[in-house]
Design a protein around this ligand. Structure first.
Ligand SMILES: [Zn+2]
Ligand SMILES: [Zn+2]
Length: 344
């Protein structure tokens, strides 16, 4: 089978490898569709803190089960599945409670362990979840990033009708928008600096969008809601060096909740942190997802409540993937969500 190995930063090599046999408790997946994540360029460039080389990337994918190991129901062969790319100890309190993102031994396939940039991939059977006929394998490859956003969206404990502001309209921000809508939010505003991304947010259900490259966030919120102090929950889907979080602290009314889904870079600067204390704000961290998020997301996508198709900007073949990654990293191409057609 084909296997794409990142031998060192910027050095991808397409190799031939034997098709792996599923171990006890595992299923083997014939990989069909694969997504390129915002974190993949970071791994490619050698800037990901937990990645060692050589490494096989790829943690957003779907496929069809074509073999099972011992102790797995052979009836699963032929199932179309999406995959939780988690490798866990399976024995700790967190694992027993199915809170895999709290397992101290957690590794993510495609980052700390080898991922799905290959034709066949073996993983624990409980990490491969069947999708309904109403859902495409392409959508199934996007359940992973959707669940990053959905888990973050759930962290704030949204109550029906609450007013939300999402900062950042990349794939995570737009999945966050669709998630809070599905969870019953009222007015949902999205801010970004890119007009195309904001148009997509508008198309996928934003009450209003704010182009912060030319509009003032506070003024626009006043225009929409009559006051800038109407936001119940903020989602930072950018992260960066704390700039976005600091801007949120400047806007937040007393008691509001803030979820940081974007990655906060190591050197951060949040001068308004004292306001966080004084205004009794609530800050929520979030990391990846749990299986219940996957089950909810499969249901929501299967019913068409959360959409993926308008988010796909590019397709490429597995052979074209190295060039695609290089083009993304060197900014020769502007993409939103890229789907790799692995085996059609
Ligand atoms: Zn990802
Ligand atoms: Zn564990």
């Amino acid at each position: 089978m084909r296997k794409l190995i990142l031998k060192a930063p910027y050095e991808l090599e397409m190799t031939q490898a034997p098709i792996p046999e599923p171990g006890a408790g595992q299923v083997r997946i014939h990989v069909k569709k694969l997504g390129i994540c915002g974190s993949d360029p970071t791994i490619y460039k050698g800037l990901h803190p937990y990645v060692t080389y050589p490494r096989v990337m790829g943690h957003e994918f779907s496929g069809v089960i074509d073999a099972v190991g011992a102790n797995v129901d052979p009836a699963r062969i032929g199932q179309r599945v999406t995959v939780i790319p988690h490798i866990v100890c399976g024995e700790c309190d967190a694992c027993r409670a199915e809170i895999y993102n709290f397992c101290e031994q957690l590794k993510c396939a495609g980052a700390e362990d080898d991922g799905a940039h290959c034709d066949y991939f073996c993983i624990d059977a409980k990490m491969a979840l069947e999708i309904p006929d109403t859902m495409s394998l392409e959508a199934a490859a996007m359940v992973e990033p959707a669940c990053v956003a959905y888990h973050g969206a759930r962290r704030a404990g949204l109550k029906g009708g609450e007013t939300v502001l999402i900062i950042g309209a990349g794939p995570i921000g737009v999945f966050c928008l669709q998630s809070v809508r599905a969870l019953g939010a009222g007015h949902v505003y999205v801010a970004d600096m890119d007009a195309n991304r904001l148009a997509l947010a508008q198309q996928l259900g934003a009450t209003g969008v704010i182009d912060v490259s030319k509009e003032d966030l506070r003024e626009r919120l006043c225009a929409f809601e009559g006051s800038e102090k109407k936001i119940d929950v903020f989602y930072d889907c950018v992260g960066e060096k704390g700039t976005v979080l600091n801007n949120i602290l400047a806007l937040a009314r007393r008691g509001s909740r803030i979820v940081v889904i974007g990655v906060l870079q190591k050197v951060f600067n949040i001068p308004l942190l004292p306001d966080f204390v004084q205004h009794e704000l609530n800050l929520f961290g979030t990391t990846m997802y749990v299986p219940q998020d996957y089950r909810d997301m499969i249901d929501l996508m299967g019913k068409g409540i959360i959409q993926t198709e308008p988010m796909v900007s590019h397709h490429c073949s597995f052979e074209e993937l190295p060039k695609m990654l290089d083009d993304i990293v060197n900014r020769r191409i502007k993409t939103y969500k890229v789907i790799v057609d692995m085996n059609d």
